[in-house]
Design a protein around this ligand. Structure first.
Ligand code: ADP
Ligand code: MG
Length: 247
């Protein structure tokens, strides 16, 4: 099976601060990768680079064989739009629009893109809200929801464009502990449906359970990668061990 994501020798600096140092990895369709590592190690920057919320300084990113960036040279605006349309991202702080209802949040981007009829878009939002257990919340505003419900809305919104890849940046870090389960359950269900996902998380038991591979990021590089058994059971590097002890 060919790779859905191919990243090679990515480098990214903010001014003189080198944040990503020679990141390379591949992902297969349907694979789930959990990314762990200390704060400031470059996890968010790596994810944001994949969906072109950040531009890298050097290296290549290929999504389903199409180059988003090749040796530091970005594709045309239209090509970038096309490539990133197949990717959805879920953020720690939900990033819902407060002035739109739940349904409005789901339908905004598809209605702007006009690739589907209004009827199809409405049907899709209804179906996806039911999928995340929020069928009865379509017409309320985000401010009336709990954090767990907000994050499930954000996941449904990311699914509206039928993405081939979903990226999650600490999806449960802003939630009270009793609300993380309902969000992790939705992500677990997506994994069972073979969605390709990269999930930055501090939920080690969830990562161990749901991920096919774990990347341990430290100081701008993927310091160690392996199956959950390898990485949690028998980490090769001292710094991986030290991080796992702290978590
Ligand atoms: P993580 O998600 O692992 O905590 P980040 O990718 O957010 O790490 O950040 C990696 C490093 O890049 C940190 O030192 C952070 O301060 C720096 N950084 C992130 N975004 C910016 C930015 N927009 N401008 C300058 N420095 C940034
Ligand atoms: Mg981060």
């Amino acid at each position: 099976m060919s790779n859905i994501i191919e990243v090679s020798q990515l480098q990214k600096s903010f001014g003189s601060l080198s944040v990503l140092k020679n990141i390379s990895f591949d992902m297969k369709p349907g694979e789930v990768v959990a990314v762990i590592g200390p704060s400031g190690s470059g996890k968010s920057t790596m994810l944001r680079s994949l969906v072109h919320l950040e531009e890298v300084t050097k290296g290549s990113i290929r999504i389903s064989g199409q180059a988003l960036v090749e040796n530091g040279h970005y594709a045309s605006g239209a090509a970038i739009k096309d490539i990133t349309a197949g990717m959805g991202m879920v953020f720690q702080h939900f990033n819902l629009f407060p002035h739109l209802t739940v349904r409005g949040n789901l339908e905004l981007a598809p209605r702007t893109l006009k690739r589907k009829s209004v009827q199809e878009i409405k049907a899709a939002s209804r179906e996806l809200l039911a999928k995340v257990g929020l069928a009865d919340k379509a017409d309320v505003y985000p401010s009336t929801l709990s954090g767990g419900q907000k994050q499930r809305v954000a996941i449904a919104r990311a699914l509206m464009q039928s993405p081939e890849i979903l990226l999650f940046d600490e999806p449960t870090s802003a939630l009270d502990p009793e609300l993380t389960g309902e969000v992790l359950r939705v992500i677990r269900q997506l994994a069972e449906e073979n969605m390709t996902m990269m999930i930055v998380t501090h939920e080690m038991s969830f990562a161990r359970d749901v991920a096919d591979r774990i990347f341990f990021m430290d100081n701008g590089e993927i310091a160690e990668a392996g199956t959950p058994e390898e990485l949690f059971g028998n980490p090769k590097l001292e710094r991986t061990r030290a991080f796992l002890m702290r978590e």
